[in-house]
Design a binder for this molecule. Structure first.
Ligand SMILES: [Zn+2]
Length: 89
């Protein structure tokens, strides 16, 4: 796993307390990706899967609302949340 950094606000934990407020959200996979993921688990792979991202406590609820989406789609939508209010979409 990568160290915690919120996918949306790019914040990182700066002490023990905020570390525990970060959580990983897992997004949906295609059936092919599911199979590949199960295969990796069987082999004891310990990398950071692309369908998993870190979120701070402010953004984990929003991320969870998107967790039923395929990770590519979810991350595209969540990345749009990085824009400042008022910025043209
Ligand atoms: Zn955040």
């Amino acid at each position: 796993m990568r160290p915690p950094m919120c996918f949306i606000c790019l914040r990182t934990p700066d002490d023990e307390a905020s570390f525990s407020s970060f959580e990983t959200i897992r997004f949906a996979l295609t059936p092919q990706e599911e199979a590949a993921s199960r295969e990796r688990d069987r082999e004891g792979w310990v990398g950071h899967p692309s369908e998993v991202e870190w979120f701070c406590h402010e953004h984990s609820a929003l991320a969870r609302k998107h967790s039923h989406l395929h990770w590519r789609e979810a991350m595209e939508l969540l990345a749009q949340q990085r824009r400042q209010p008022g910025e043209a979409r």
